[in-house]
Ligand binder design. Structure first.
Ligand code: NAD
Length: 484
């Protein structure tokens, strides 16, 4: 069985404790590798290497940092197929999605921040004839970067790229559930020629490796993407240590469909937003709100389109809907649907484990795309994140109710509005409490825009200038000239 390794100080290393975690292929349920369960000692080795590498890396000319990052992006592109195969095997996502989205986006993340640092300018304020101020933005040191399992390389690189570009060195931890592409990335980091210690990758469980990163006194910056309760645990530790933290957390995103919307576009987009990656994207539209006059028609069309999804072995080119990431997660989804039944839901589609699409997948973690209706706004099913292929559909009477329902959960990550009335689109967008509002589209991403959520969906923003600012310390330099 393959044993994955950490990347520490430019070298492949096994965990000091000799402790390993089994890695499963969700489509088959089989263990196919083991990843290190790194201890605080391993994290300390990585943090020490990152601290030693920091002075040279932070002072390197941006051209040099950019050159290495662009080389890494090229290597990711050149290894698209093995990386996509690894991502699909590790997560259960359709191979076509990994090829089209996950891996190209990882390369794009490195390319975007590698070139952003070549075109930056700095802030300058003339106070009066004798006084001027400018702002230095300096790297903060070692950045601790903790990523989830749903878009493994895509979200890991979304943190690594701005941290490295701005001159920080890194200790990164992928999810223990999906460590494979981060393991492969380490080879490419070495091949690209990054100096030892600049980019360290430690594998392991959240409670051991993740906690050791958050607690480490020499890691002043923590960027985390994952569940809201994990974010709370991290904030409890990092807050009193005065660390800078960015928390990208869960969502319960409303998809608001007005009667004047382009109906086919709304249905097509709602199905994509509901079930891409088996509903395991923080941005998925899991709460569909439909104007009363088109409610029944919408449900019929939504169900018909969902039934047409090609469900299958994630490794088949034609598969559009694959396996859930783990047995535990499948059990969680199953429990959430059973709770919805107890709450009085009508299960209009799905609601069961799926039959295996082929013999290879007979022990895989498959669950049907599931559509629930007839649930009140206050019930747990419509309030709590499920993070799987389960949507609720409900109706609203008018714009006021649509906005109230859209805002009626503790989350505030993303929302969608489908309407052909531009005035309404702007009006509703301004009132919805989410960090991202997509109008007549879903998951269209421009890497320059602020990315993140309000309320319990997180603290801070990633992307563009926000990321460059997060990973740097602003320093005001004030100069005054004197006559004599
Ligand atoms: P998770 O919180 O269980 O784990 C995320 C990462 O944190 C993993 O690497 C894990 O090992 C680590 N971790 C766990 N406990 C830790 C601790 N005490 N200290 C430090 N690290 C710890 O989340 P998950 O199950 O991997 O991912 C699913 C969640 O992520 C969902 O809630 C989803 O909405 C959210 N998510 C949010 C975004 C976003 O951008 N807002 C993007 C993707 C996923």
């Amino acid at each position: 069985m393959d044993r994955l390794t950490n990347l520490i100080d430019g070298e492949r290393r096994t965990p000091r404790s000799g402790d390993w975690i089994d890695v499963h292929e969700p489509a088959t349920g089989k263990t196919y590798a083991q990843a290190p369960n790194s201890s605080a000692e391993d994290v300390n080795d990585a943090a020490s290497a990152a601290m030693r590498a920091f002075p040279a890396w932070s002072k390197a000319h941006p051209d040099e940092r950019s050159r290495l990052m662009l080389r890494l992006a090229e290597l990711i592109d050149a290894n698209l197929e093995p990386l996509a195969q690894a991502e699909s095997r590790d997560t259960g996502k359709p191979i076509s999605l990994a090829r089209r989205v996950d891996i190209p986006r990882a390369a794009a993340n490195f390319r975007f921040f590698a070139t952003a640092i070549l075109h930056g300018d700095s802030e300058f304020h003339r106070t009066d004839d004798r006084t001027l101020n400018y702002t230095l933005r300096q790297p903060r040191g070692v950045a601790g970067l903790i990523a989830p399992w749903n878009l493994p390389l895509y979200l890991f690189s979304w943190k690594l790229a701005p941290a490295l570009a701005t001159g920080n060195t890194c200790v990164g931890k992928p999810s223990e559930v999906t460590p494979l592409t981060a393991h492969l990335l380490a080879d490419l980091v070495i091949e690209a020629g990054f100096p030892p210690g600049v980019l360290n990758i430690v594998h392991g469980a959240g409670a051991t490796t993740g906690a050791a990163i958050v607690e480490h006194p020499d890691i002043p910056t923590i960027s985390f993407t994952g569940g809201t309760s994990t974010g709370q645990a991290i904030a409890r530790v990092a807050g009193p240590m005065f660390k800078r933290i960015s928390l990208e957390l869960g969502g319960k995103n409303p998809n608001v469909i007005f009667a004047d919307a382009d109906f086919d576009l709304a249905v097509k987009s709602a199905v994509r937003a509901a079930f891409t990656n088996q509903g395991q994207i923080c941005l998925c539209g899991s709460r569909i709100l439909v104007e009363q006059s088109i409610y029944d028609q919408f449900i019929d069309a939504f169900i018909a389109r969902t039934k047409a999804l090609c469900i299958g072995d994630p490794m088949d080119d034609s598969t559009e809907f694959g396996a859930l990431v783990s047995a535990d997660h499948r059990d969680k989804i199953e429990a959430a649907v059973n709770r919805a039944r107890d709450e009085g839901a009508d299960v209009r589609l799905g609601g069961n484990r799926l039959e295996a699409p082929n013999d290879r997948c007979r022990d895989g973690y498959f669950y049907e795309p599931t559509v629930l209706t007839n649930l009140p706004m206050s019930c747990a099913t419509r309030q709590e994140e499920i993070f799987g292929p389960v949507v609720t559909i409900s109706s609203f009477a008018d714009e006021t109710q649509a906005i109230a329902d859209a805002n009626g959960t503790p989350y505030g990550l993303a929302s969608m509005i489908f309407t052909s009335d531009l005035d309404r689109a702007h009006r509703v967008a301004a009132q919805i409490q989410t960090g991202i509002v997509w109008i007549n589209c879903w998951m269209v991403r421009d890497l320059r825009t602020p990315f993140g959520g309000m309320k319990q969906s997180g603290v801070g923003r990633e992307g563009g200038q926000d990321a460059l600012k997060f990973f740097t310390e602003p320093k005001n330099v004030c100069i005054q000239t004197h006559d004599e």
